[in-house]
Design a protein. Structure first.
Ligand SMILES: Nc1ncnc2c1ncn2[C@@H]1O[C@H](COP(=O)(O)OP(=O)(O)O)[C@@H](O)[C@H]1O
Ligand SMILES: [Mg+2]
Lengths: 353, 239
């Protein structure tokens, strides 16, 4: 039985929903205190990271572990563009910054787009060799490439300021930039998925050989998807850098740890589901912030427990494993939260109740 | 004068050290049904895979409509006008029947032509029309085979290659499939049909080849093969 809402109603509902969310964000921006607001903005940044990785891993089925590499490229590129020449001059104390970078200075939007573009270019170059590999080999190669990028950031001191990182990055990532980019990312990826191109990606994921025989250029499709995903990863990196205000090439900041976190978000939400990624990103941001106390000294059953570094990662991993045991395909599976699905679900409840 | 659609010349294929095709040659004239019969493991699937670009040809040539297509990648072979109904159907289980059909027409831009072909397919297989919105994986075996054939037809191929379309089907469906194959051919599509069901295949084909462990051991007009003593004994089960 077909249960579908008319297209017009669907559109109106979506429009109303967007306006409603915009209103909520406006309220949050006015009323919430700075600390909570930081988490609210982080949710959107994680959302961009998760949706972009989901396009690559969940929707296209490329098991990439290199997302942090793309995020790093976006973060450094954009930060180097928004930092003023004086700031750059002052913070590069080990080695002076290369002249061609010293004096460029752009607005935030240009810097973000540049971050995304450079990230996409990297993906294009990396994609040529690694997309010819399959499965585990691809995962390892992508992880390796991300590490190469990170180690470059650690050692190219006159470009990145090496281990000292970049400090004093302007905190441009306000609620509107973060949610604006999240909106663009979701609309773009969702349209891609629902086009005939997206259907081909799905076919490739289901049966690569059959897809090839249908005349689909598997390599080209995967490369495009990889590059688009990397573009938005770069954008998320730019937002992240201007949220953190300090970036450095440590493993935990923009390294494999971050890839691991984003992977948790998309698996938790459901590989292949865009709304799942958003839910996963929100849960992760809130939980991770909430668990921050675990790393401070606390009192448990009258005993003083000293703060243990890395404790929240451990707890998150355990929660993640539990969810995977009881909810194997993540919260959303491959379903999407669309009006049609909500309507069908309500109707079914109405009929059985 | 009959033109040639596909010509295979002295084809050799290896899987590692296994010499799966030991120099086979065959010709598929335009407008005909040619069948390649043989027991399990004879190299039938390997032959089609070699034409489709799915396995590497070490020696020999594949020529389609006069053009050398040896070792062309599969998506380019498809774009030249060759479609494959693969062994085991391989439909996309989580795409709907309609989406499966559209995948077959992936490289076509002629919307009207696609619509026409859909109508034609619904005439061939009325049952598919009722199941358009259903997921491919929920179809019965016979329906999946019909979908696999239809999906291949959606690229409007000039050569249709089918790998054991009757395998695993109930007897009534088997004869239905062979009837459809004849119908498709009569409407102008050249067919290379691979079968273990030698009787069914030879009945609909114009010409046949018999493959044994990577070598063609016999060929001839299908009618003659049906009466051949060796074929009768080894493939038709008639003493
Ligand atoms: N992927 C493969 N790797 C190794 N050997 C294979 C592979 N595919 C087929 N073979 C071998 O090649 C020979 C021909 O196989 P195949 O073409 O599938 O035969 P048929 O389709 O006639 O049953 C068989 O001996 C089979 O074991
Ligand atoms: Mg076979």
């Amino acid at each position: 039985m077909e249960r579908k809402l008319p297209k017009k109603l669907n559109f109106v509902l979506t429009l109303l929903f967007i306006l409603f969310v915009a209103f909520l964000l406006y309220l949050a921006n006015e009323k919430l205190d700075e600390y909570v607001l930081r988490v609210v903005r982080l949710i959107a940044i994680y959302g961009v990271m998760a949706v972009s990785l989901n396009l690559i891993n969940g929707i296209t089925g490329i098991f990439s572990l290199g997302h942090a590499g793309f995020i790093l490229v976006g973060a450094y590129t954009s930060a180097l563009l928004t930092l003023s020449p004086e700031q750059k001059m002052m913070s590069f104390i080990i080695e002076p910054i290369v002249p061609w970078l010293a004096n460029v200075h752009t607005d935030f939007l240009t810097a973000t787009l540049a971050g995304g573009a450079l990230s996409a270019l990297f993906a294009f170059l990396i994609g040529w060799p690694i997309l010819r590999l399959s499965g585990d080999y691809l995962a390892i190669a992508s992880l390796g490439f991300a590490e190469v990028i990170r180690i470059f950031a650690l050692n190219a001191i006159s470009i990145t300021n090496g281990p000292l990182g970049l400090k004093g990055i302007p905190e441009y990532s306000n609620i509107w930039w973060c949610y604006g980019w999240l909106f663009v990312t979701v609309i773009f990826v969702a349209s891609l998925v629902n086009s005939s191109y997206g259907r081909a990606l799905k076919a490739i994921r289901e049966d690569r050989v059959a897809a090839e025989v249908m005349g689909i250029n598997v390599f080209k499709h995967q490369l495009i998807s990889f590059v688009v995903g990397a573009f938005f990863a770069g954008v998320s990196g730019a937002l992240y850098a201007h949220w953190l205000t300090t970036i450095d090439p440590r493993v935990t900041t923009l390294g494999p740890m971050l890839t691991f976190y984003v992977l948790i978000m998309i698996v938790l939400g459901g590989l292949g589901s865009i709304s799942g990624s958003l839910i996963g990103a929100a849960l992760f941001a809130i939980l991770f912030e909430w668990l921050r106390d675990l790393e401070e000294p606390f009192v448990l059953f009258g005993m003083r427990v000293p703060g243990i570094k890395g404790m929240r990662t451990l707890v998150i991993s355990v929660i993640f494993i539990l969810v995977m045991i009881f909810w194997q395909r993540g919260i959303m599976g491959r379903e999407e939260l669309t009006w049609n699905n909500i309507y069908r679900w309500l109707k079914r409840r109405g009929e059985s109740g | 004068m009959s033109e040639i659609a596909l010509e295979i010349k002295d084809l050799h294929v290896y899987y590692g050290s296994i010499h799966a095709l030991k120099g086979i040659s065959l010709v598929v004239p335009k407008g005909q049904i040619v069948t390649l019969i043989g027991a399990n493991g004879a190299g039938k699937t390997t032959t089609l895979s070699a034409v489709a670009g799915l396995v590497r040809v070490q020696k020999g040539k594949v020529i389609f409509e006069g053009q050398d297509i040896t070792n062309k990648p599969p998506h380019l072979v498809n774009r030249l006008g060759i479609a494959l109904v693969p062994e085991g159907r391989r439909i996309f289980p989580n795409l709907t029947v309609y989406e499966n059909l559209l995948m077959g027409a992936y490289n076509r831009k002629d919307k009207d032509g696609i619509k026409e072909d859909l109508e034609w397919i619904f005439q061939l297989f009325p049952r598919l029309k009722e199941r358009l919105k259903q997921l491919g994986g929920t179809l019965s075996g016979g329906e999946q085979q019909m979908l696999a054939i239809s999906r291949a037809l959606m690229s409007r191929p000039r050569l249709l290659m089918m790998d054991e379309p009757s395998l695993g089907l109930a007897p009534i469906l088997v004869s239905e499939v062979f009837e459809v194959i004849q119908k498709i051919n009569r409407e102008g599509t050249t067919i290379l049909l691979i079968e273990q069901n030698a009787l069914g295949a030879l009945k609909v084909a114009h010409y046949g080849y018999v493959l044994e462990t990577g070598t063609i051991v016999l060929e001839g007009p299908a009618q003659e093969l049906l009466n051949n003593e060796l074929v009768k004994k080894a493939y038709l089960g008639i003493a």
